[in-house]
Ligand binder design. Structure first.
Ligand code: SF4
Length: 336
């Protein structure tokens, strides 16, 4: 009855999404990776652009890093894009340009964890396996009124076992797994679950015990490390200098700005400070726009940067402010 009530609700309430139109494993995989850190509605334009530019495994395996980063710009966590390409290269070499069908095979590929492997195996290939993401953990924590810490593996394993026990036969697995995720996204939301509209309220112990708002239990890890940075955006008055970041560390291989002044700095203006938050680190940044006569081949116009270079969101506020100052008619820089 639980399965039936959930599936009936899903049939009538699911969102129409481009990757739900067919069971294309490639598109399901791309959508799942993009959705890991981004709301579905926000990622849709990125997804559509990505599929238009890189419609299949071969095009992804052969894309340049520059183009890939540009397509990913705005989504953050660029390691996901790099792993997509690595994974596509493995699939071209080992699986005839396709994603393999089983969860176990999929989990061995770059960037594919147990959740994504389960999603591809069940949604694209109809394998009777679970895919447990944050939405499903929240729904099942509440259904079982489970107060284990879901930041720890003991709590997650308990929920995974309960989800595994709940799986329907293979013919329904495609819809069932998506229905659970959709319920978590639309009804059993993190704060203020809409229990009055929930199709599985009758089976929910959290609802019966009025504990839904306390679940899932997630005990926070220790605070993020704080790093202070000073950024210098070199300009020759119309163009600015971009620097490709090193091979290691946060945002590697993407484009940013210098962390030292040019030898010949003529004048400079301080930009608005900005703090960018990563999962484990916070960058507390000050920045200066520095006018120099030391232009080199790394100086680019803003329209070139917009078209060709992936500047991560950590630097976007500085890029925008620098553009306004250099190109704006009313906001002339207050040089010192
Ligand atoms: S009844 Fe409420 S808490 Fe329980 S699954 Fe439904 S929305 Fe979530």
């Amino acid at each position: 009855m639980f399965q039936q009530d959930l599936l009936t609700w899903y049939q009538h309430n699911k969102r129409e999404l481009p990757f739900r139109k067919n069971r294309n494993a490639y598109q399901i995989w791309i959508s799942e990776i993009m959705a890991q850190q981004t709301r579905i509605e926000a990622m849709l334009p990125y997804f559509e652009r990505f599929i238009e530019e890189l419609p299949d495994m071969k095009s992804l395996a052969e894309v340049s890093d520059e183009k890939l980063n540009k397509l990913w710009q705005g989504l953050g966590y660029y390691s996901r894009a790099r792993n997509l390409k690595k994974c596509a290269q493995v699939c071209m070499a080992q699986y005839d340009g396709k994603l393999p069908p089983t969860k176990e095979q999929l989990k061995k590929l770059p960037g594919i964890g147990p959740y994504t492997a389960g999603a591809i195996a069940s949604i694209a290939y109809g394998q009777r396996v679970s895919c447990v993401d944050g939405n499903v953990i929240r729904v099942f924590s509440r259904i079982y009124d489970c107060h284990e810490d879901m930041a720890r593996s003991k709590g997650r394993k308990y929920i995974e076992k309960k989800v595994d026990e709940s799986l329907p036969e293979a013919a329904y697995i495609h819809d069932y797994n998506q229905a659970l995720m959709e319920l978590g996204a639309l009804i059993c939301v993190p704060s203020g679950p809409r229990c009055d509209r929930c199709p599985i309220r009758a089976y929910c112990k959290g609802y019966a015990n009025q504990t839904c708002d306390q679940l899932p239990v997630l005990i926070k890890k220790k605070n993020r490390r704080i790093e202070k940075k000073t950024i210098y955006i070199w300009t020759d008055g119309t163009r600015i200098r971009l620097v490709k970041r090193s091979e290691k560390g946060l945002l590697y291989q993407l484009y940013g700005f210098d962390e030292q002044q040019p030898e010949h700095s003529i004048r400079r203006v301080e930009l608005t400070p900005y703090t960018h938050i990563f999962s484990h680190v916070e960058w507390h940044m000050k920045a200066f726009l520095v006018y120099t006569d030391q232009a080199d081949e790394n100086f680019h116009t803003f329209s070139d940067i917009q078209k060709k270079y992936a500047v991560p969101s950590a630097f976007q506020p500085f890029l925008t402010e620098a553009e306004t100052l250099i190109q704006g008619k009313e906001n002339r820089p207050n040089w010192t």
